[in-house]
Design a protein around this ligand. Sequence first.
Ligand code: SF4
Length: 207
Amino acid sequence: MNLTSRALGGSVVYRYAPRSHTIYLNVTNRCTNDCCFCVKNYSDGLSGYHLWLAKEPSVDEIWNTFQKEVRESDSEVVWCGFGEPTMRLDVVLDITRRIKRKHPHMKIRLNTDGLAQLRERKRRVARELRGAGMDSVSISLNAESQEKYDELCRPSMAGSYCALLDFARDCKKYFSEVVLTVVSVEGIDALACEGIAKDIVCEFRVR
Ligand code: SF4
């Protein structure tokens, strides 16, 4: 753990494997869902990194840590941590812009619950993300129906399931790569979920 991580109580930057060329960003532990399968329910972190944060990192803390940790061989950045990155939408946009300016060869992906537009009704979230330089969006669909989604993801905001589908449609206007994903848990009809992804011309992945 570096000095910044120690001060924050957890890692802002992590990798799944030491030699991986993908770097992950963990900037919040907050989320408006409470998914029964969330990794936060049974782990303190991933791949040896502690991802619970005692304090949310500032933009400068994130940027400085990223600059220290990034390697020339890195090719991808993924917004994905122990919480929903778009809970800090402006931070995501700011850091994404900085990465694109300084490391234009790197692809940047957002892994998201797809609920930012529901939380930020006055904004144009998909357009803003693309404008900042985000290359692709991976949205957690997680279920083939609202009933099942509510049961599994326990959203705190009404209309979350419809909102994430609307967000996926909106992302299709700005991104060539939009992926809907499901977790492999009992009771999910993955085929039906794939059908939903196909209907809105998104890719599909079981994670
Ligand atoms: S949306 Fe993601 S971070 Fe939020 S509770 Fe579900 S799995 Fe965890």
